[in-house]
Unconditional design. Sequence first.
Length: 176
Amino acid sequence: MMKEVIKGRRTVSDRRAQVHLTETIAILFIFFILVGLGISFYGKYKSISFVEQQEELLQARAIRATLKAIFLPELLCSRGSAEPEENCMDVVKAREFSPQLQDKFDDYYFEMFSYANITLQQIYPSPEKIPLYVHVPETYEQRETTFFVMALRDETRGERGVPSYGFGYLQVEVFS
């Protein structure tokens, strides 16, 4: 009969075991919640970091494309074997450059500039927009635009033998 009474009642050690088990389950529950929050925050951080890295790469690509366009020997102001003038583009060469590029050299310049839109904008003496390289993708996620101010030489406007100089900028847009 004594055995039945002990069987029906819980002993103190059984209660302590149950309390320890409940504490362990609560601690594990809190631990997994913290791990889940940590994974969530890390994932958000990585996605934001990835977007920022893409923006930085696009900006670097825009700067590289601008530098390549500025120093294209096909467009620099030069006279025969003399040194080219700094920060100067020849407008006559620029006007003839785009049609030649589209007809014959599209692959060569695509390797150099990829998806980009390069335009020479003359402001003075008369406004004129000269597209140099146009290769815009049908769809794009981001676009980065850079500008570079430069002198523009035009042999057709000045007196014979003396070129006319103007003012303008080179606009380079790259796409991703």
